[in-house]
Write a protein that binds this ligand. Structure first.
Ligand code: CP
Ligand code: NVA
Length: 327
């Protein structure tokens, strides 16, 4: 992973294939050392973030991102500060630029969940420490790292596997299509008309698909067409944070896009289901969500191992024996 230390994590396409591979491998090593079942004494486990702090700016709610980052930072010996919408001057009395400059003088990392993606790029432009995008209206790269880790745990090499997205063409889809293509997965997408993924992200994914030898991205408005022949079926809420006023309209327009047992029958035998959570029954039935095919809870757990891997500092590395040395 050499060379990645100190870089921002803004979206998956900004990672080289080697960086993506490195982050996924490192996440698994963090799990080996800090996870349940590790033979490493938690007291003896290295604390490479000792004396370091992470500011976590949250303009929206969060369970997984907040708790995984706070817990992961504390396992590594650091301190994470939760800065909710009414905790700091940002957005009321202070700009993103000034916030970036000030927090960079206190913290080793700034993680931020924002509405407009331009807030993340502004933060990254002016921060002098690494910035981690913890979800914007366009991207959710931490989620993709966790998803790909769950899929590799289940399938091993993902090259040639087919991932079908059913539902809204949103932030979670964007990074997943970019990351899936980078790992050699075929991408199939079904969204209702008017809810397609961003055209630039689609173009980038098509380019990555060609570079990584996968099939071209397949698009449709028919859920069963996307799911047919797939190994992974993924969905997300139909109403992302900030879109609450569109709830009624969206639920109507997404009629027919629920992932349920009959839709899953179109997928390949052994296909699995993913959802970033939080989940609502309209987009996925209980039968699928709580089935053997569903990887949603390991996927959620991986949010911690993957966020721990991102703040990789130059002073931490792993030996052949999977043991961490910090110095
Ligand atoms: N998947 C995810 O980002 O969950 P939270 O909104 O709870 O952080
Ligand atoms: N697409 C959802 C993801 C939540 C983790 C949202 O943006 O609200």
């Amino acid at each position: 992973l050499s060379g990645f230390e100190g870089k921002h994590l803004i979206s998956i396409d900004k990672l080289s294939n080697d960086e993506l591979r490195g982050l996924l491998d490192l996440s698994k090593k963090y799990r080996d050392v800090y996870g349940r079942g590790s033979s490493v004494d938690p007291i003896a486990a290295p604390k490479p973030l000792t004396g370091k702090s992470v500011s976590m700016i949250f303009q929206k709610r969060s369970t997984r991102t907040r708790v995984s980052t706070e817990t992961g930072t504390s396992l590594l010996g650091g301190h994470a500060l939760f800065l909710g919408p009414s905790d700091i001057q940002l957005g009321v009395n202070e700009s993103m630029r000034d916030t970036a400059s000030v927090l960079s003088r206190f913290n080793s990392i700034i993680l931020a969940r924002v509405f407009a993606h331009s807030d993340i790029t502004e933060l990254a432009k002016y921060a002098t420490v690494p910035v981690i995008n913890a979800l914007s209206d366009m991207h959710h790269p931490l989620q993709t790292l966790a998803d790909l880790m769950a899929l590799e745990d289940h399938f091993g090499d993902l090259r040639g596997k087919t991932l079908a997205w059913v539902g809204d063409g949103n932030n979670v889809l964007h990074d997943l299509m970019l990351g899936g293509a980078k790992l050699g997965m075929n991408i199939r997408i079904a969204t209702p008309k008017g809810y397609e993924e961003n055209a630039d992200v689609l173009a980038t994914t098509r380019k990555l698909a060609a570079e990584n030898g996968t099939e071209d991205v397949f698009r449709t408005t028919v859920a069963a067409e996307a799911v047919k022949g797939s190994d992974v079926v993924v969905t997300d809420t139909w109403v992302s944070m900030g879109q609450e006023a569109e709830y009624e309209k969206r639920v109507k327009e997404f009629d027919g896009y629920q992932v349920n047992a009959s839709l899953m029958k179109q997928a390949n035998p052994g296909a699995v289901f993913l959802h970033c959570l939080p989940r609502h029954p309209e987009e996925v039935s209980d039968e699928v969500f709580y089935s053997e095919q569903s990887l949603v809870f390991p996927e959620a757990e991986n949010r911690m191992w993957t966020v721990m891997a991102k703040p990789n500092m130059p002073n931490i590395f792993f030996t052949q024996e999977n043991f961490v040395l910090a110095f």
